[in-house]
Structure formats: C-alpha cells, structure tokens
Design a protein around this ligand. Structure first.
Ligand code: NA7
Length: 889
C-alpha cells in the first residue's frame, strides 16, 4: 500500500483525523531534539510528542536545588555541528540544570525544532497496524498520530519511582519529588525538612537544603560513594585539549569506552606500590571527574574485586576524614558494592554537611521507616516531625519510560510489556523482535547510562536515521530484527556483564531499586567505542540480523549474530588485526621465538605469589631448566607439572608465567614449569620424552623442591597440553609416576586436520591452521604423526588419570580436544569438559587481558584441587552484593 493510500485510509479513523508523518518521536530531550534535526535533514516528515511544556527532557523536570550534570559539560554537549559547538560556551565545569536547559532551548531555536513538537502531549498507546505497516499512536492531547516509524527517545531516568512507603497521603506538610521539582522553586527557609534517599539527586541537593532549612534529617538506606566535583570554570587543561583540535577530541570520545576521551589504562593495581596507587588516587580525587576516577586509576579497578577494593578503602578514608562524628562517618561509608558498580555521585560539600549542627543522618539499615504520619516520619526507633518531605528516591530506570506507553502492541498483537516480562530483550538496545519499525534511543541493551549520554545519543540517532534513509532509498518499508540476532545480542550482553563488576550491586542499573522488577543488568557494559563498531558492522554486513521488506522489492534477511566472540577477545583480536603482523610462520623459527618473547614483554607480568625458584633437572640427554612457582601459604603443597604452549617450537618454562602464577593463587598448589626441548633442533619425540622424564624426576624430588610428596598432577596448554596428555599415557605404560589428574587446555591431540574446527577457525583467531601446519612440519615427520606420543588420541585412553579438558569455540584445535575428552570418557576415565564459548586459543593464558577467562580458570583450579584431594576453596565474600565475586576476580 502506498503512503498516499495509507494517508487516505488513516484520515478516516474513528479517532478523528490522524496526523500523518513518516516518523514519530516520543520525547524532546537531548535525543528527541537531535532526532528531529536529523530526520528533517534526511527528508522525513516528523513530529515529536512531549509530555512537558517545553524541550529539555530530564533537564526540564529535575529542577531540585543543586541539580547539575556529572559529566564535564565540555563533553556533555552535542558535537554534530561544529558551528553549534563554537556558538555555545559553558560557564562551569559542571553546568547547572538551568544552564543545560538554556542550552537545549538554544539548540531548539537554532534549528527551529519547536515547530515539529507537540508539547503537553503524552502518548498513551501505540499499535502496529499490520495492514498499513504503520504505527498508530494515541495521545492524551490532540489528534492521534500515524507513522511509518516510531522512535522512543524517552530517556533512561524519566519515570520517577513511587516512594513505596506507607502513609504519604496522611502527611500534612509539603511533599516534593526531586524528579518533579516545582518550576518556581520551593522556599525551605526555617523549615524542618526530611530528605529520603542518598543517590545523586539527594547528594547534590542535601548541602543546599541544609543551608536553608532550620533542620534537615536525611534518611539513608544505602550509602553511596561520592567524590568532590571541584566545580568552577571549565578546567584549563581540558579546555585547551578540546580547543586545540575539537574534531579530534570529539572523535576520541566516540571511540572511547565511556564516551569521554580518556585512554585505556594498562597498568594493574598490583604492579604499583602503595605510594604509587595513593598518588594516582589523590590526583583523581583532586580532578573531580567521575570518568577519570572510574577509569584512570588502574586497569583492574572496574573488573576485579581486589583491584576495586583498594579504591573503596581509599574513598572510605576520605569519608572518615571529612565527617567529625565517627558513627555518622561509619554510616556514610558504602560497604555493600564495588566502587562504580552503582553510579557514584559528584558532590559539593556533601560529607562536610553532616558536621553542621542542623543536620541529622538516620541510618535506615538500623532503624527502617515504619510509616509516614501526619506530622513526619516514624522509624523503628523514633518519630521525626518535619514540615517538608523531599523524596529523592530515584526512577524506574531504563524501561520505566518506555513501558509508560502502554500497551505498545507489535506484530501479532503482542505487547512489549509481555515480551519483556522476564526483562528487556532487544537487538543492539535499539530494536525489538516483533516490533517492526520501532526504535529506542539509549534503550536497555545499549551503553546509555554507562556512558556520556551526549555521545551515545548522537551515535544512536545517526545510526537509526542513516538506516531509515538507506532503507527508504532502497524501497524497503519495514525493518525488524530477527529472533536469532536478538538472542545473540542478549547472550553478548550477558558475556559483557561478566567483564565488569556492575552485576555485583543492587542498583537501578539492574532494576533492583524497584520492588518486583525483573533483575538483570540493563545497560551494555562493553563500551561506547566497541558498541559503535558493532553497529557499524551490522550495516557493513548487509544489515545483519534484520529482516527488511518493501512493496516493490524482494524481502532481505541476512540473519545471524553480530558478535559471537567474548567482548574482550573481540578487542584483543581487533587489536592484533590492526597491527597487521606478518604470519608467525613466515618469521622462521628463530624469528618467531624472538617475536613471541617481545610479545610477552608487553603483557601484565602476573600477580605476586609466594616464591619463584629456577633450577635444572636431569633430562634424557642433559639438563632441562625448570621454574617453580610456589603459593604464599605455608606448604608443602601438591605439585603440578606444567608444560607451556608454543607448538613444540616456541616458548620456555617462563613463557606462560602469568597463567602459572594465576593458577598457583587459585589452587594453592605448586607449579613446576618444565623447559622441554624444542623443534626444529629437537624433533619428535624429544618434547614428549623430555616431558615424561621431567615429570618422573619432579615426582621423585617433590619434597626437595618444597612440594608435597606423593602423586603429582600434570597440566599444559596447546602443545603443552599434548605433552601433558602423552605423559599420562607414558606414566600408565611405563610404571609411573603416579599422576592424580590432568588438566589439558586447548591440547593438540591428533594429527588429522579435517575436523570442522580446523576449517571454521582456520584464520582470524591468532592460532591459524597455517601456523599449526608449520608447527607440525617442524616437529614431526608425516610418518611419525600417528604415534600416540604426538597423537595421544590414537593411543590407548583407558586407565588414565581423571581429566579436565578445556576447549575454545574459536580455536582450530577445538574438535580434537573434545574428541580426546570424549574418547577418555568412553573408556571410563572421569572427564570434565569446559567448552568455552566465544573464546580463542589464548583466552585462558592471557591473564589480566582476557577478563572473561577468569571463570574458566576458576573451574580449572577447582578441578585440580579436587584431583589433589583438597577441599573446595571458599572465598571471602564481603556482602550479599559480592555473591559471584569468585567468578569475577
Ligand atoms: P537513585 O540513585 O536511584 O537514588 C535513590 C535513593 O533513594 C537511593 O539512595 C535509594 O536507596 C533511596 N530510596 C529509594 N526508595 C527508597 C525507600 N522506599 N526508602 C528509603 N530510601 C529509598 O536516584 P537519583 O535520583 O538520586 O539519581 C539517579 C541518577 O540520576 C543518578 O545516578 C545520576 O546518573 C543522575 P537504595 O540505594 O535503593 O537503598
């Protein structure tokens, strides 16, 4: 049906004449305004429907005292028009709400946007009409709207949460919500005021309310981390950086992780001394910048509970120093969540406000609110009479404003509320399967609140409008994500959530602040730059994951999942690809060794452990070097004989050092890494025979080495996994030593190259098929390759020690590892398998780089302990919010 026919039909609707537009936008805040501008420029007819009386979105409503942005305003600005950028100068580092609102009004005027906005108009219902392929929107003011595309630009924090406290209606005094503050202000002078809540809104307003009120009582349920904003004029260094090359500055922001141009930190906390860490922290504290302190201290601060705890302790010290009364100070110290897992706040004199004689803190953890009465608030311990109650109790974040339009009915009469009954589902956080031509700006599943919103909004709007224009030009009238693409995005979201610590706190990021809301991390934690590149990849791969239809064109559906790799694996592989390295096999054996040594120098060295001792042991033809890694706990510890990776050609007893250290810490066991001899000088079966001989010697000399006498365990990665597997077979056949268990990580087990993983993962995942061929050629003649000492899968697999076999989805060696595990299992050997999805050959040995490898190493360590007969480790868990800390550190 043509648009003209649709228009004629729609104008006869029972609700009166519908306003006909190509695209309807809900909201006229940062997102809605830019959408209007872009849509108009792209030639679409459009209308924005806005509940408020003017533009501004969140900045229209949140007028409480002290309301400011918490991203430096230089960064919290539109960048789409360099002329606009130059035409506006912010007066402060963190602009106040009135100034931001003036800015948005200025933007609306400059591009004449108000003429397409219907103010004081709420969308009450939205329905996809299959026949006309248009959305029909019902409003509470003026005509309904019929549109081809429907875009929710409703913001993440615009649906205030009800107070959930009994008796609010009985209260005889004044009641205010920070998120719906009266436009002409509130006179609090001389009044007794209660503030409920200690999130950002409360922390910004409390110091100013305290200055006016006769008495202020703050009711705190959960203390929050707050940092001094050090507000003032925009900092000279940042301004200079920006003004020296505005375009480059903005571009850096777009590619960054948080939408603010800061570099990625590479130094981890344990590589720094106490003094160095304190120096970095003090610098960050003085900078008064959330993104700085959240990202610039050390690389593990946001991904590892130990790295994070150091920051928490330093902030708690600051709170202790700022607040005179020790009991109040203690109550103000957050202890139930990692720093940054809940949105930290920027403050001006917040903690010092509690030193004022007219301010009281009520700790609701000790005395919960029982009810609000006619005269005030009753807790379990006292009645507090007040004249005014300020609710700073937050929002039904991320999904609240979208679900406030109810129902949004998509294909087949399904409502978005039903589809999201178990939590929001989306593709890219922008679209939802079953809801054609429906888009969300900064929706759940996008970086949104974990980023500088201005940057994310521009990226979303540009992507959506560019796609709409391209579809229109190609004759498509509908666009809808597929179930596969959406499921893939949800899995990728879950993968990303394992990288950071956000999942360990009860926050509005997870829906935990709203009783009854399904919980799960809603924003995308994979970073702004990576997210942008994923959206661009969707486009460059022919609108991957979208179904497109149009009246005069063949339907198109390029189905699939855009990211199947773990997020950090994707980053590592992209980085490696950008280096354009020559294939390792083209470097020659010596050149390849030198390359690997150089490569290893650039990685984090590995965490501190008890002791490292080097030595040599007698091998079959002379001494072999070894390196012992000992735990910090007192021994003797069970001994793990470890074989490094490197295709029988590369590496040495030190080359997997970060992995060995990590496993020593996790297992509490001693690792002895063996420097077996390499090809091409020493071909098959040297590595295998060295491995076996070394294991035998280590088992016999365990006590001398400081380990526990008795059975040893063997472990190895890649070709080292091959040697470990072969050693177990030889030990069985040659009368010992006793081996209590084997850990095989991505092992080589067979000389056949025709399993699917050799083809599926032939290139692009660092270990290539070509490199494997080269390793085999250097180590082993074709005639020897079926010998079980290099292809243990061809040997006898009965009566082997219990095994834990790790394989990675994107590894050429995946299928032979699985085949070996299955063969052993079929032969009665107890076998556990970890089939690591989204991982590549080096995922588990790139410790502190591939963070998503942690949970796999936790499982491997548990297996080794079980094999050695040690009890399971129970890690100290500091609070309910840290429940899955073991998997994160
Ligand atoms: P937040 O950050 O959600 O803070 C709300 C606060 O209100 C928080 O301290 C809550 O405690 C508290 N709260 C909520 N409900 C209750 C009840 N029923 N009783 C007692 N205390 C309650 O909202 P904000 O408006 O401050 O900030 C939102 C974002 O806007 C902010 O992060 C910035 O990005 C800008 P809880 O922690 O749930 O125990």
């Amino acid at each position: 049906m043509s648009d003209a026919m649709v228009a004629a039909r729609e104008s006869r609707t029972a609700n009166g004449t519908a306003q006909q537009v190509d695209v309807a936008v809900v909201g006229a805040g940062f997102s809605g305004l830019y959408l209007l501008h872009r849509l108009r420029k792209a030639g679409f007819t459009t209308v924005a429907l806005e509940e408020a009386g003017d533009v501004g979105g969140t900045w229209y409503w949140n007028r409480y005292p002290g309301a400011r942005c918490d991203i430096q305003t230089i960064d919290y600005s539109y960048s789409f028009d360099p002329e606009l950028d130059k035409a506006w100068t912010w007066s402060e580092k963190y602009a106040t709400q009135p100034e931001i609102l003036r800015y948005l009004g200025f933007v609306a005027d400059r591009y004449d946007l108000r003429r397409d906005i219907r103010f004081k108009t709420k969308v009450t219902e939205a329905r996809w009409d299959e026949a006309s392929e248009r959305w029909q929107l019902t409003t509470d003011n003026g005509p309904p709207v019929s549109c081809r595309h429907y875009i929710m630009a409703t913001g993440c924090l615009s649906a205030p949460k009800p107070p959930e406290i009994d008796g609010v209606k009985d209260f005889k005094g004044e009641v205010y919500f920070t998120g719906r503050w009266p436009h002409d202000g509130v006179n609090l002078a001389g009044k007794r005021v209660a503030v409920i809540g200690t999130g950002s809104s409360a922390i910004q307003s409390i110091p100013l309310i305290a200055e006016q009120a006769a008495h202020l009582t703050v009711f705190q349920r959960t203390p929050n981390f707050a940092l001094p904003a050090h507000n003032g004029p925009p900092p000279a260094d940042r301004k200079e950086l920006f003004e020296s090359d505005r375009a480059a500055y903005r571009e850096q922001a777009r590619q960054s992780m948080a939408g603010v141009p800061y570099p990625q930190q590479t130094v981890v906390s344990w590589q720094l001394s106490d003094a160095e860490r304190r120096e970095r922290f003090e610098r960050a504290w003085a900078a008064g910048d959330l993104v700085h302190i959240l990202t610039q201290l050390w690389a593990d601060q946001a991904v590892d509970v130990d790295g994070n705890r150091i920051v928490q302790d330093l902030i708690r010290e600051k709170i202790r120093a700022a607040v005179n009364d020790p009991e109040t100070a203690a109550a103000l110290m957050p202890d139930d969540h990692p720093f940054g897992a809940k949105r930290p706040c920027l403050d001006t004199n917040y903690y010092a406000t509690y030193n004022r004689p007219n301010v009281t803190l009520v700790n609701l953890r000790q005395e919960p609110i029982k009810a609000i009465t006619a005269s005030g608030i009753t807790t379990a311990r006292r009645n507090v009479d007040v004249d005014v109650i300020v609710f700073a109790t937050g929002f039904d974040a991320m999904t609240g404003a979208i679900r406030a339009v109810h129902p949004i009915t998509g294909r087949g009469g399904r409502s978005l509320t039903d589809v999201w009954a178990q939590g929001p589902q989306s593709y890219l956080g922008l679209t939802v399967e079953g809801f054609p031509n429906f888009f969300m700006i900064t929706g759940p599943g996008s970086p949104s609140v974990l980023s500088n919103m201005a940057v994310s909004i521009e990226q979303h709007v540009d992507w959506v409008v560019d796609r709409l224009a391209a579809l229109r030009d190609a004759g498509f009238t509908t666009i809808e994500p597929t179930a596969t693409a959406q499921a893939g995005w949800n899995r990728h979201m879950a993968d990303c959530s394992m990288v950071t610590l956000h999942r360990l706190a009860n926050t509005w990021y997870t829906g935990a602040n709203v009783p009854g809301k399904v919980q799960g991390l809603m924003p995308y934690t994979g970073g702004v730059g990576p997210y942008r590149s994923i959206c661009d990849e969707v486009t460059s791969r022919g609108m991957l994951g979208f179904k497109l239809t149009g009246p005069n064109v063949a339907a198109q559906c390029n189905d699939g999942e855009v990211v199947r790799l773990q997020p950090d694996v994707r980053l590592v592989l992209n980085l490696l690809a950008s280096l354009n390295l020559p294939p390792i096999e083209s470097m020659g054996a010596q050149g390849a060794c030198a390359f690997v040594n150089e490569f290893n120098k650039g990685r984090p060295a590995g965490r501190p452990i008890g002791e490292i001792v080097d030595g040599t042991l007698p091998g079959p033809d002379g001494p072999l070097p070894y390196r012992v890694y000992k735990p910090a706990t007192s021994g003797p510890h069970p001994v793990v004989v470890y074989f490094h990776g490197g295709g029988w050609v590369l590496g040495d007893e030190q080359s997997d050092e970060p992995f060995c250290r990590d496993m020593v810490r996790r297992t509490g066991m001693m690792f002895v890494s063996v420097g077996y001899r390499h090809a091409p000088e020493h071909r098959f079966p040297t590595a295998a025979e060295d491995g076996y001989a070394a294991t035998r010697w280590i088992a016999e000399h365990a006590a001398e080495l400081g380990g526990k006498p008795g059975p040893v365990l063997v472990a190895g990665w890649s070709a080292g996994g091959n040697i470990a597997a072969v050693t177990c077979q030889l030990a069985r056949d040659r009368g010992g030593p006793d081996i209590a268990g084997q850990l095989l990580i991505c092992p080589v087990t067979d000389c056949s190259f025709d399993r699917p993983s050799y083809n599926d993962n032939a290139a692009g995942y660092f270990l290539t098929r070509g490199l494997m061929y080269w390793f085999w050629d250097l180590y082993c003649s074709p005639a020897d390759r079926t010998d079980p000492r290099v292809s243990p899968l061809r040997g006898k697999v009965e009566k082997l020690p219990p095994a834990f076999v790790t394989t990675c989805e994107f590894d050429p060696l995946r299928d032979e590892g699985i085949a070996y595990a299955e063969a052993m299992s079929a032969a009665g050997v107890p076998v556990e398998q970890l089939k690591a999805h989204g991982h590549f050959h080096s995922s588990f040995t790139m410790v502190d780089v591939v963070i998503t490898g942690v949970s796999g190493r936790v499982q491997m360590a548990q297996a080794l302990r079980r094999f050695a007969g040690l009890p399971e480790v129970s890690r100290g868990e500091p609070g309910p919010g840290f429940k899955i800390a073991a998997a994160a550190s």
